[in-house]
Design a protein. Structure first.
Length: 365
């Protein structure tokens, strides 16, 4: 059945593909982030080259392109030690024989939430990405898959993909789905996932998105029954003049979580959820006549990886809130210098802990 679908798609592309070709070209880009994090009460913080990423892209002709993203985290790694990670985050072919839609296949980023697909440091406020995008939506999240993207109108776009799903043995109580990502590394095809995203821009400066993912997590283990994960998310971005607003929310359900817990000795919740709201304002026009930007921002997050459980009581330590307030200076649209302070709280502690963060980031294309 799958083979028949693939052959049908190939025949359809071949029939509609342009007959002419343009001169091939290769391009290089990338981004990076350097951070300093100092927890409250600590006499010393941590300096870290958090990410160094290279884009290597190639356009074979006017309708076939290759796109890739290779990331090094924490500068180094070895076979036996080192804090770093080397990973291929994207590596896919894109076929666009039609003006308004095309096909992608390879290592893809599920289009769930705002940041998983667009995560360069100049595109978000705060030294660290929102915790929502680490614990609830496990950014950066990559899987092997294929699918279509459609852009019929300037104000409307749609993405739909099938790809490898999560594995049950990596799910846990503290970080939710994060450890279950297969990362396109010998991923099981026993439980393929399905994901999609719809973006609508009804007004100037306003973008509204809805996204989802659903897939099994059994990797073929019959003891796990119908264990699977479903994510439903929504987001909003609005900007007018010097003001910008961003909000996201997501709900996660884990089917047969009790079987996952029994087989893998876990405490995975039946339900998880999270959200954040962020407001930013560019104050530089009030201070100087400049094309640079200086944003003051604040972000409030709430996220819970044990919102509903079966067979055990939820741990209040996983019902968390973060408040982040700071500055983002953009001397160039692709360069960001960041400073913020965070208050990190949960339902168990009496007092929130604080953390100072300083960072620089860049991106080039």
């Amino acid at each position: 059945m799958i083979t028949r679908y693939i052959l049908t798609a190939i025949i359809g592309i071949a029939a509609c593909a342009p007959l002419h070709a343009q001169e091939s070209r290769t391009s290089i880009g990338g981004y990076g982030e350097v951070h300093y994090n100092e927890p409250e009460g600590s006499r010393k913080g941590v300096l870290d080259v958090h990410r160094f990423v290279i884009y290597l892209n190639h356009q074979f002709n006017d309708w076939i392109g290759f796109f890739s993203e290779t990331e090094i985290e924490h500068t180094w790694m070895s076979s036996s030690s080192g804090p770093g990670e080397l990973g291929i985050e994207q590596a896919y072919l894109e076929f666009t024989p039609w003006r308004d839609w095309g096909i992608r296949a390879g290592v893809l980023l599920p289009p769930v939430g705002i940041i998983n697909q667009v995560h360069e440091p100049n595109t978000f406020h705060g030294v660290e990405r929102p915790s929502f995008h680490r614990v609830i939506i496990p950014t950066t999240w990559r899987e092997v898959g294929a699918g279509v993207f459609v852009h019929p109108l300037e104000q409307l776009s749609l993405q739909l993909y099938t790809m490898s799903s999560f594995k049950a043995d990596g799910l846990n109580d503290a970080n939710g789905l994060r450890g279950g990502r297969q990362r396109a590394a010998e991923a099981s095809s026993a439980d393929m996932g399905f994901t999609g995203r719809l973006d609508v821009m009804p007004l100037a400066g306003l973008s509204v998105g809805a996204s989802f993912f659903t897939g099994g997590v059994t990797a073929g283990n019959p003891l796990l029954g119908d264990a699977g994960v479903s994510i439903v998310a929504a987001d909003l971005r609005y900007s007018i003049g010097q003001f910008a607003l961003r909000a996201e929310g997501a709900f996660i359900s884990v089917n047969d979580a009790d079987k996952v817990n029994a087989v893998h000795n876990k405490k995975v919740a039946d339900r998880m959820n999270g959200y954040y709201v962020e407001a930013a304002y560019d104050i530089l026009p009030h201070l100087a006549d400049s094309e640079q930007q200086l944003f003051v921002f604040t972000r409030y997050e709430g996220y819970n990886t044990q919102a509903e459980t079966t067979g055990f009581d939820p741990n209040g330590a996983y019902d968390r809130t973060d408040i982040t307030t700071g500055l983002t200076w953009k001397p160039d649209p692709n360069v960001a210098v960041k400073l913020d302070y965070q208050l990190l709280d949960n339902a168990v502690v009496d007092k929130a802990s604080g953390q100072l963060n300083i960072g620089i980031g860049w991106a080039f294309f």
